[in-house]
Design a protein around this ligand. Structure first.
Ligand code: FE2
Ligand code: FE2
Length: 175
């Protein structure tokens, strides 16, 4: 059985991941409305990844016979002044999640719950990638904000499709 303190925090994190899903859908819709299909696709895909993170955490708790409480989420931001703001927001969000995930690992370790600590390791690595991806994109979007087609071309080149899946990733609930 995972430590009670870890279960409580992981349930909170499920809420953060679902909130991130909603926020990225809102970003995608903003770009879709501006007819920037590659930026929209990038964020729709990112949103699905966030849902996946939540469902991995749900599965971990279910498999460990711990309580799962699916929370409501706060409303995402839906209005953006330009095409840079959603990416800047995304980078802030990823940095915040990295801190949350590190705090989760610390909670598990302090409780001597090494199974949960190991579960969190995958997310630590994932956050390093997500922060790097979003900060690269912010640099590109900031540089080319008055030439959106250059950003679209960058995404076609550098992020052509869903990456083939990570065999080391925890499984999702419902899979
Ligand atoms: Fe996430
Ligand atoms: Fe993320």
């Amino acid at each position: 059985m995972p430590a009670a303190a870890f279960v409580e925090r992981l349930n909170e994190q499920i809420g953060h991941e679902f909130a991130a899903h909603q926020q990225y859908v809102a970003c995608a819709v903003h770009y879709d409305g501006e007819t920037l299909p590659q930026l929209a696709r990038f964020f729709y895909r990112q949103a699905l990844e966030e849902r996946g993170h939540a469902m991995m955490m749900v599965r971990y708790l279910l498999d460990a016979d711990a309580a799962v409480t699916i929370p409501g989420v706060t409303a995402p931001r839906v209005a953006f002044a330009d095409i840079v703001e959603p990416v800047a927001l995304g980078l802030d969000q990823e940095r915040r999640v990295s801190e949350q995930i590190n705090a989760l690992a610390a909670t598990a370790r302090e409780a001597g719950d090494y199974t949960s600590e190991q579960f969190v390791q995958w997310f630590i690595k994932e956050q390093v990638e997500e922060v790097a991806t979003m900060s690269d994109l912010l640099r590109v979007v900031s540089r080319s904000q008055h030439d959106p087609m250059a950003i679209e071309d960058f995404l076609v080149r550098e992020h052509p499709g869903a990456d083939g899946g990570d065999p080391t990733a925890p499984r999702l609930a419902g899979e």
